[in-house]
Design a binder for this molecule. Structure first.
Ligand SMILES: *[C@@H]1O[C@H](CO)[C@@H](O)[C@H](O)[C@H]1NC(C)=O
Ligand SMILES: *[C@@H]1O[C@H](CO)[C@@H](O)[C@H](O)[C@H]1NC(C)=O
Ligand SMILES: *[C@@H]1O[C@H](CO)[C@@H](O)[C@H](O)[C@H]1NC(C)=O
Ligand SMILES: *[C@@H]1O[C@H](CO)[C@@H](O)[C@H](O)[C@H]1NC(C)=O
Ligand SMILES: *[C@@H]1O[C@H](CO)[C@@H](O)[C@H](O)[C@H]1NC(C)=O
Ligand SMILES: *[C@@H]1O[C@H](CO)[C@@H](O)[C@H](O)[C@H]1NC(C)=O
Ligand SMILES: *[C@@H]1O[C@H](CO)[C@@H](O)[C@H](O)[C@H]1NC(C)=O
Ligand SMILES: *[C@@H]1O[C@H](CO)[C@@H](O)[C@H](O)[C@H]1NC(C)=O
Ligand SMILES: *[C@@H]1O[C@H](CO)[C@@H](O)[C@H](O)[C@H]1NC(C)=O
Ligand SMILES: *[C@@H]1O[C@H](CO)[C@@H](O)[C@H](O)[C@H]1NC(C)=O
Ligand SMILES: *[C@@H]1O[C@H](CO)[C@@H](O)[C@H](O)[C@H]1NC(C)=O
Length: 768
């Protein structure tokens, strides 16, 4: 059995987050105001005015500082040579990936030269400085040479030497060649319309191939790759040997993500292979791009009766990032050759719109508005757009910094990544293709956060053409060296905490838990205040069910209490690892409060790390406001016994039935106040401490209660999932559940004292 969380092969689609999307007709049917769009803009901004506006913006914002290497001095080049040989000797830090969860496996020995404080070592070989550095950048004033997008010529020229001196670049280069050969052997991407979710998967496959083929062409000058790219472009224009969509709308503008990704693919192909295309080919690429990409983009922005651009209006999420990015990359690619004016017009719209929306999909604690999974799509769009603007025009126009907290989103991803897999609350599961976590390799340099690049470079999705240009080979050290084991994300919309025993041990104990509000997440969340996951012994013991079927009727209807979304098991409170009261969903208006603590333990350089025996962290939430028929509901979770066990405590006063629920893939043997969970050859003991009368474990399948309202379409089955339950009548309870992974390392389990949640502190559970 193998499961790759990054390349899921489940049938998953995504999209339709538009709250006004009509599931039965498949069309967007709202009367929505086009905020901030004046009549003047609708009829096209005169180019001269746009140039002035952009020049003023560029002048005010100035250029961004880019890290660059001093490569001229001989002293620094000999230091660079020494550093290069040390890097090559260290090789890749992760020696393998775990085949089940595809997480990096770090060796248990310590190479002190490599496993040190994260930094950018400017004495090591790095990228030369870009000679294109306009004093007053403008989105309409592009660099004189090609490529413009992400990978300028000076970087291609420097790349072979950097590949030779850097083990990561060497590995990624070889992987991209191998991937390109695999795609080469396949027929051109086959058009597939996946119901209301459109052609997003195939659009991203085209983009993935164009990136790989374009990369290999530029590294070999072998025109085979140009011809192979042309085959994909013609195919996606409906000019190939198989059909591609209806002539009027081949790129499916009603689901604009598809249009945007194909526009990005066309832009990359046009730009990276610019010198190889004949004038006829260039004209054909442009005409298709304009007809099916840029013109629908302009309509979406400017035509008040065309709703394909709904995402440009106050949508702080992946749609805004992906759509603005595709239009931006494509426009930058053809700027100057485009005689229609659409590229110029769009560049006058997309940058400001992304700054007002995409940039704010990250809250002030770094959390992504939608979920951990949608972070991949949104940040990929944001990073591609920022990077393309910088390389093509010399500035990001503050897209990176307009939200001063955006930089924290790398930490959101690192702490949302457990010892096995993501804290995958809410909708999680769509195919990723070109949406990777490699945005944080770009962010590492842009925000001077070297640990982001060090974290991501060992991941399975890192062999990406973007990283050949985003990765700063001067980065060195180990991301975990000095990194806090715990992190709390306290924005009221999110309120979640990550705790663990190690960053480098695949068997580590990991707990993530959330409270947060239940509305305002682009209907990608669940009714899940109090939800948690637990990893230990290399597997996930308390887990999530992920997304439902996106084609289910009203799946994305809205986030009001009566929404049909909350009738699907995977989205309702029953389907979460939390307390259920009165067999009723949580209140969508919940405003939970939290308290938390951490001893702020940090991992040291060694991968062989054991926290102190007193090391601990805890998170508590008063989640009374999430419930009907309860006067008090509080939950707390903490690590005990030197981060070897977990205590989960609930204090409840309810006037309706109470159920404690946890979903697990383990085989469960429950008896009275004890349950034994077995999974992947490992064992977890679970017990109820100080059990109130009647509190015993039982189990059920992961299916809806017979008393629930019937959803518009049956739930997806959850095969292999068992719900561990404690079921009680209305009353007042203190439920203390102790999780004791059977480490088999000679360590013994402890039984913690009983302490009320309000009295939890870092030392409240120390053994006396
Ligand atoms: C990139 O990888 C290919 C395939 O393994 C190899 O032939 C080529 O030499 C590599 N390029 C560099 C600059 O090392
Ligand atoms: C690309 O190559 C890498 C390394 O060989 C491999 O792990 C990965 O699955 C490939 N990706 C795709 C999408 O084929
Ligand atoms: C490809 O052609 C360019 C332009 O002529 C040249 O600079 C580059 O060195 C060539 N690369 C290879 C791998 O032959
Ligand atoms: C596809 O064919 C149409 C109709 O002949 C043409 O206008 C367009 O430029 C072609 N595009 C590509 C990419 O081949
Ligand atoms: C605006 O969009 C509507 C609906 O797609 C279309 O019928 C109309 O022709 C468009 N107007 C303009 C000026 O393009
Ligand atoms: C998510 O974005 C929407 C705007 O699209 C905003 O209203 C909402 O407050 C944001 N949610 C959080 C948790 O920040
Ligand atoms: C069960 O395992 C699958 C595959 O690893 C995972 O996606 C899912 O979240 C797990 N479910 C639970 C309840 O842990
Ligand atoms: C929310 O969606 C449901 C269908 O799931 C619909 O009946 C209801 O009218 C919608 N409410 C709002 C405020 O849009
Ligand atoms: C941990 O760090 C936080 C944030 O800096 C601080 O408020 C807290 O007091 C620290 N806790 C301990 C035990 O040092
Ligand atoms: C609260 O409990 C009462 C009595 O059991 C029940 O009729 C009512 O439906 C419950 N309310 C909710 C929102 O569950
Ligand atoms: C909490 O701790 C305080 C001070 O130690 C003690 O007075 C109080 O009784 C405790 N409260 C509960 C509910 O245990």
């Amino acid at each position: 059995m193998s499961y790759d969380p990054l390349v899921s092969n489940r049938h998953q689609v995504y999209g339709n987050e538009d709250p006004s999307f009509n599931q039965s007709t498949g069309f967007i049917t709202p009367a929505r105001p086009k905020k901030g769009t004046s009549n003047w803009i609708k009829f096209g901004i005169p180019v001269a005015v746009l140039v002035i506006v952009a020049a003023v913006v560029g002048g005010i914002l100035g250029t961004r500082k880019h890290t660059s290497a001093a490569t001229s001095a001989s002293a620094s080049s000999s230091a660079a040579a020494a550093s290069a040989s040390a890097k090559l000797a260290d090789g890749l830090l992760a020696t393998a990936t775990n085949s089940y969860y595809m997480i990096p496996v770090y060796p248990s020995t310590t190479a002190t030269s490599a496993y040190s404080t994260p930094t950018f070592n400017t004495a090591a070989a790095g990228w030369p400085t870009d000679s294109f550095a306009p004093a007053t950048p403008s989105v309409l004033s592009v660099r004189p040479d090609r490529p413009r997008l992400i990978a300028p010529a000076y970087k291609w020229a420097a790349l072979p030497a950097l590949i030779a001196s850097d083990p990561y670049l060497t590995y990624w280069n070889a992987s991209i060649f191998s991937n390109a050969s695999q795609y080469d052997a396949l027929p051109a991407v086959v058009y597939y319309m996946d119901g209301d979710s459109g052609i997003l998967d195939v659009a991203r496959q085209v983009k993935q191939r164009v990136k790989a083929f374009g990369y290999v062409y530029r590294m070999t000058n072998d025109s085979h790759w140009v011809d192979r790219t042309w085959e994909e472009l013609q195919n996606a224009a409906g000019n190939g040997t198989t059909s591609w969509g209806p002539d009027v709308d081949r790129w499916n503008a009603a689901h604009f993500l598809d249009t945007a990704e194909l526009s990005a693919a066309y832009g990359i192909a046009y730009d990276w292979l610019y010198d190889m295309w004949t004038d006829d080919q260039k004209a054909m690429i442009r005409s298709t791009l304009i007809e099916y990409g840029l013109f629908p983009g302009v309509q979406g922005y400017t035509n008040s009766t065309d709703y394909n651009g709904w995402w440009d209006n106050d949508i702080w999420g992946n749609w805004n990032c992906v759509c603005n990015n595709g239009l931006t990359m494509a426009s930058l690619a053809i700027l100057g050759d485009d005689t229609t004016g659409y590229a110029e017009q769009l560049l006058g719209l997309t940058v400001d719109n992304a700054k007002a929306n995409c940039a704010y999909a990250v809250s002030n604690d770094g959390t992504w508005n939608e979920t951990n999974d949608y972070w991949y799509f949104g940040t990929t769009g944001h990073a591609e757009m920022s990077s393309s603007l910088i390389t093509a025009t010399g500035s990001d126009y503050d897209l990176l910094t307009v939200n001063p907290d955006f930089y924290k989103t790398g930490l959101f991803h690192m702490y949302g990544t457990g010892a096995t897999s993501l804290f995958d609350y809410g909708d999680s599961g769509p195919n990723k293709y070109t949406a990777t976590a490699n945005s944080i390799i770009f962010y590492a340099e842009q925000y001077n956060q070297p640990q982001y690049a060090l974290f991501q470079r060992d991941r399975v999705d890192a062999a990406d053409p973007w990283n050949m240009f985003w990765y700063n080979p001067q980065v060195q050290g180990a991301f975990w060296d000095g990194l806090a084991l715990d992190q709390t994300f306290i924005n009221p919309g999110d309120q979640w905490m990550s705790m663990r025993s190690s960053f480098t041990d695949a068997n580590a104990l990991y707990v993530a838990v959330k409270a947060g509000t239940l509305q305002g997440h682009q209907t990608h969340n669940d009714l899940d205040v109090g939800d948690f996951v637990i990893d230990a012994l290399g597997t996930r013991w308390a887990g999530e069910l992920g997304d439902g079927d996106y084609l289910s009727p009203y799946y994305f209807s809205n986030d009001t209490q009566g929404s049909a979304r909350w009738m699907y098991y995977r989205k309702m409170t029953e389907g979460q690892n939390t307390i259920l009261i009165g067999a009723t969903n949580q209140d969508v208006k919940a405003q939970p409060t939290i308290n938390y603590g951490s001893d702020n333990a940090t991992q040291s350089a060694s991968t062989e790390f054991t926290p102190d025996s007193s090391s601990t962290a805890f998170f508590t939430t008063d989640m009374t406001s999430a419930y009907f028929n309860a006067t008090s509901v509080k939950r707390g979770i903490r690590m005990i016994n030197g981060r070897k066990q977990v205590l989960l405590q609930d204090e409840i006063t309810a006037s309706a039935s109470v159920q404690w629920r946890m979903h697990t893939n383990a085989t469960v043997s429950a008896s009275g106040t004890s349950a034994t969970l077995t999974l992947d050859g490992q064992t977890m003991d679970v017990s109820i401490l100080n059990a109130p009368d009647g509190a015993t474990f039982s189990t059920s399948d992961a299916v809806r209660l017979s008393t629930d309202v019937t959803p518009p379409e049956p739930d997806q089955p959850n095969p292999g999932v068992t719900v561990l339950l404690i079921t009680l009548p209305a009353g007042t309870y203190n439920l203390q559940v102790l999780f004791s992974p059977q480490w088999n390392d000679g360590s013994s389990s402890v039984t913690p004292p009983s302490v009320d949640l309000d009295n939890w502190t870092l030392t409240s559970h120390d053994s006396t």
